[in-house]
Design a protein around this ligand. Sequence first.
Ligand code: TRP
Ligand code: SF4
Length: 403
Amino acid sequence: MSINPNQRVLSGMRPTGQLHLGHYHGVLKNWIELQHQYECFFFVADWHALTTAYEDTSIIAESVWDMVIDWLAAGVNPGEATLFIQSRVPEHAELHLLLSMCTPLGWLERVPTYKDQQEKLKEKDLATYGFLGYPLLQSADILMYRAGMVPVGEDQVVHVELTREVARRFNHLYGKEEGFEEKAEAAAKKMGKKNARLYFDLRRQYQEQGDHESLEKARALLEAQQNISIGDKERLSGYLEGGGKVILPEPEALLTPQPKMPGLDGQKMSKSYGNTISLREHPESVTQKIRTMPTDPARVKRTDPGDPNKCPVWQLHEVYSSDEVKTWASEGCRSAGIGCLDCKQPLIDAILKEQEPIHQRADEYLENPDVVKNIIHEGCEKAREEARDTMDEVRQAMGLVYK
Ligand code: TRP
Ligand code: SF4
């Protein structure tokens, strides 16, 4: 078993129903690469689905299995990665609760997605305790596995940052060594009264409010000290950041490279824009969707030349076509040498070819649902073992083990 946190990867996805090609080219291909290189845990974040939609839970169950089948069909390999469902590892809820006790409210209120989503999703009731706390639930998901790397999209990086702060604070509160605090305080006094007071003020601003400017200022203050030893400096910088014993290591966000996966209308492919091709879309439907895609509006007649830069179809060529095909399409478009349906055909072929092995694998799993259930069952068991270990340590550190 690897316990090097740098080697462990954890990521989760909300069950939102069938995945589309945007998920495939963005997240899933990345997971498939990572699973060969690291110890990976991938999970269905079903509780997270409740944080924005608690009223109608009827589609969650179906979405969970659809999504797991999509992962497997895309090539996520249960022999390499551990796949599980969040709610089957109830330790996530316990860690979330314990972390909630020591997380300042302001940290959650200031997560940018909190206000953004409330404004964006006006029709939903997001004035709940669960919605405010969901980034902390995510922190619990991550810290539970002491993951070193968390592959996420850009919008989720702030949640990983929050997780780092939560971990630091936890370690600070519950991971102190015997006498560490006294030693650090004695070291601070050696800087002189004024500097010591400044140091403690900045430290408090950082630790209570997560104020990074204060952290930087305090670091600079320590850097500038000449009459304290290196040992004391280190002690003070550990104390500043909440150093001590590391119980919950701080993870790094691993930004998922964002391919420009265009949807059928040229905007980013997204379920909310209704411009998707699903991962397991029926071949006839793929053909139909591509054939009816809008093109450069200047090409009214077959003989009107066009401009690929004004055409969403061209963006798909950028994803799927070789240089040769691209030259053919772009020249044919500009000279009206080809029609739009000609131009679209190589794309239809490429997508169908990409989806063929995906369909094959998906069909096998659909015919044998027990296989899928077993994969998840085993993944949950394995995840739970890890979670139990972490919780033993967490409870111990917090003084919650009674004998
Ligand atoms: N919040 C993420 C999303 O909405 C999903 C998620 C939940 C997650 N827990 C996680 C992602 C832990 C990475 C790590 O996409
Ligand atoms: Fe778009 Fe191709 Fe038609 Fe040009 S020929 S407008 S790139 S579909």
